[in-house]
Write a protein that binds this ligand. Structure first.
Ligand code: DX5
Ligand code: ZN
Length: 216
């Protein structure tokens, strides 16, 4: 499988979301990445359900929802009702991760677990076979446009080894500071899905930028 591209809407123009969505619909983007922040788990607040509902009317692309919130288990039903394809919860936000994963799947969604930069991939050893995806943060979550943390490439390799060792089918997604240079190294290390926010939306020609990321 060639890798997937999931542009992060956080970097879009919220005064004209429809235009950016039309661009994404025309592009080779595989998924649309949505960053939900609560001002508690991360030091920023983004957007919530009303925005996801509007998006769903304007795109057929699968929604990859990244919850940077405490107690994400409270919102599994709402996230599913919004038409989400992949629900990502942070490892650091879930005391009962195994239970949350089961609930996400029971609601018909794919289950992803996100790791902050400081959280070792080995902590997922026991649960990896239950996960559809692991989302590795290559910046500290909360803001777009941050500098890529270099050791993320090593983490992708370590996670890939764990997935192979356990004979799991889990996808590896990486989020934060992705551009053509970091993206290439991540794909070579085993990343299956690249999230890109500012690199896509700040570029002169976002459709072409997505195409270039897709070709890495
Ligand atoms: C950060 C978010 C990212 C962010 C990535 O907390 O999870 O998805 O939008 O933005 P860039 O690609 O600009 O680093
Ligand atoms: Zn994200």
């Amino acid at each position: 499988m060639s890798h997937l591209i999931a542009p992060s809407l956080l970097a879009a123009n919220f005064l004209n979301l429809e235009k950016d969505l039309e661009m994404l619909n025309r592009s080779e983007a595989d998924w649309i990445h949505l960053d939900i922040m609560d001002g508690v788990f991360v030091p920023n607040i983004s957007f919530g359900f009303p925005i996801i509902d509007i998006l769903k009317e304007k795109t057929q692309k699968p929604l990859d929802v990244h919850l940077m919130i405490v107690q994400p288990e409270k919102f599994v039903a709402e996230i599913a009702a919004a038409g989400t394809y992949m629900m990502n919860v942070h490892y650091e936000a879930c005391t009962h991760l195994h239970r949350v994963i089961g609930e996400i799947k029971n609601h018909g969604m794919k289950a992803g677990v996100t790791l902050n930069p400081h959280t070792p991939v080995l902590l997922l050893e026991d649960i990896i076979k239950d996960l559809d995806m692991v989302l590795l943060m290559s910046v500290n979550p909360g803001f777009g446009g941050q500098k890529f943390i270099e050791y993320s490439v090593e983490k992708v390799r370590a996670l890939k080894n764990l997935i192979l060792k356990k004979n799991a089918q889990t996808l590896i997604e990486v989020d934060g500071g992705v551009n053509l240079e970091t993206g290439k190294r991540l794909v070579d290390a085993g990343a299956d899905v690249l999230v890109a926010g500012n690199f896509v939306f700040s570029s002169e020609n976002p459709v072409e930028t997505i195409r270039q990321l897709k070709q890495l």
